[in-house]
Write a protein that binds this ligand. Sequence first.
Ligand code: PEP
Ligand code: MN
Length: 346
Amino acid sequence: MLVVMRHDAREEDVRAVVEAIQAMGYEARPMPGRQRTTVGLVGNEGRVDGTRLTSLDGVQELIHVTQPYKLVSREWKQESTVVRLPGGLTIGGDEVQVIAGPCSVEGETQLLAAARAVKEAGATLLRAGAFKPRSSPYSFQGLGPKGLKLLALARQETGLLIVTEAVDPEGVDLVAEAADIIQIGARNMQNYSLLRRAGRAGKPVLLKRGIAATIQELLLAAEYLLAEGNADVILCERGIRSYDTQTRNLLDLSAIPTVHALSHLPIIADPSHGTGRRDMVPSMARAAVAAGADGLLVEVHPNPEQALSDGGQSLRPEQFDRMMGELRLIAEAIGRRIAEPVVART
Ligand code: PEP
Ligand code: MN
């Protein structure tokens, strides 16, 4: 439930509402806004009887949040969340951020070549996994801490911000040191101890939709992050399992307007895992930007044939460069723009 205060409510009125909510056995979250303060009530399972609150000084109205998720809902917060990153980059505003790089960190030469290539083409963030949650225990599992060091080096060399995955709660702090955005992968979308830990890590979190998760489950997973106090959450549509084997997954582009309607959080699209096929990545990337995605996550490898993971869906640098040119046109056509790298090109 949300308690909306009048625009002329005093600080002591807000305090009284907070105390009343706490006395009722719930948690109160005051949210000062430009026009007025609202106080959120969390911790309830069913509908709360708010009669006691309506009569307090300065209270304008009570809004009952009808969705099972609260803090992530548009009912709770009407303005879209804009996640602010170092260097002034934003996710969720007018800019569309392109996050690109190899599936995995494989070594210094590979990572730096990928980083330079994606930066040259105009990506603003570098992605690459140091810890890889693979379907088979016999597949390459990532370079671990050494991979994180290489990501830090790539950040220093190129100025690109880093997106990399944390796979377990114990690893979150280490990942948070190297990452500008902590990725939670599809297989871990409902790993609640990981979500709670990531919610406390002090860095924005990129939460990927589970392999067979509904949008409601995705939003409930995001709620765990916000409930821990992390408001900087970016959702990612990366395709869901379907019956058709032509593509690796079914990229659900309708998730983009659906999430924008239900939630204030930004949502980006991953056409690489969404299709699993390099030849289809540019068209689905263009479609995702047209559908209103706040960013893209795209796999690019300097030499996809040699990739230790996901080579078949990784773009070659020249394909990525061409695609970026197309995306700029599409973004402009819908009143947005593809963000530029923060640091001047080298
Ligand atoms: C990845 O981004 O490389 C990855 C493993 O993605 P997902 O969790 O969506 O499969
Ligand atoms: Mn991958």
